[in-house]
Design a protein around this ligand. Structure first.
Ligand code: GRF
Length: 203
């Protein structure tokens, strides 16, 4: 059976697909219990529905304020009895209400080697800065912007002729490995938090 996972996504949903595939292959001891999106047309919702996973558009504009909106998200997550929330291309900053009231830990994947290049367009920021190594980071979510404890990171080289697209594609391949790996470590109860340091038990 394993853990029940809620996924929040706003767009194309390739990380959601990678997680679904890993579950299908038995590489994650768990299941996706619900997918939520702030965007009605998110491909992520379609991917989920095709696989028979409950998937809902929750329109932020339909709520009086951000806390009301986030309360609705948490209602779905609680009803689905989730033990982990995964942000996978969720393009809104979670508010204090969500982070403070979430019934379980929250993870995010970011397309840069944090703490470098947080926020939007991590890949473009890395390219413009001129770093020679880029990558992705899976981290726990706190109230800051991409500032929570780091679970794991994967690196890729930055090549002289890279564009934002070629670098993003190289990083995305690693994202699709990193996220399922991090989720499985959580599912196996192997992530230990010591302050902001995440230790992997049994390594
Ligand atoms: C990924 O690059 C992820 O790191 C970032 O948003 C993008 C989402 O892509 N947070 P997808 O929707 O999973 O394809």
């Amino acid at each position: 059976m394993g853990i029940r996972i809620a996924v929040l996504a706003s767009g194309r949903g390739s990380n959601l697909l990678a997680i679904m595939q890993a579950i299908g292959e038995g590489a994650i001891d768990g299941e996706i219990a619900v997918v939520l999106s702030d965007k009605e047309n998110a491909m992520a919702l379609e991917h989920a529905r095709k696989a028979g996973i409950p998937a809902y558009h929750v329109n932020p504009k339909a709520f009086a304020d951000k806390s009301d909106y986030e309360a609705k998200l948490l209602e779905y997550i609680t009803q689905a009895d989730c033990q982990l929330i995964c942000l996978a291309g969720y393009m809104r900053i979670l508010g204090a209400y969500f982070v403070g009231n979430a019934p379980c830990p929250i993870m995010n994947i970011h397309p840069a080697l944090l703490p470098s290049f947080p926020g939007l367009h991590g890949q473009r920021q890395a390219l413009e800065y001129g770093v020679k190594v880029a990558g992705c980071t899976v981290h726990f979510v706190d109230e800051g912007m991409d500032s929570g404890a780091i679970i794991l990171q994967k690196m890729v080289p930055v090549l002289d002729d890279d564009t934002e697209d070629t670098l993003s594609a190289r990083i995305l391949v690693q994202e699709h490995k990193a996220y399922p790996e991090a989720i499985q470590l959580f599912a196996q109860g192997r992530l230990e938090l010591d302050g902001r340091i995440v230790k992997v038990k049994g390594e």
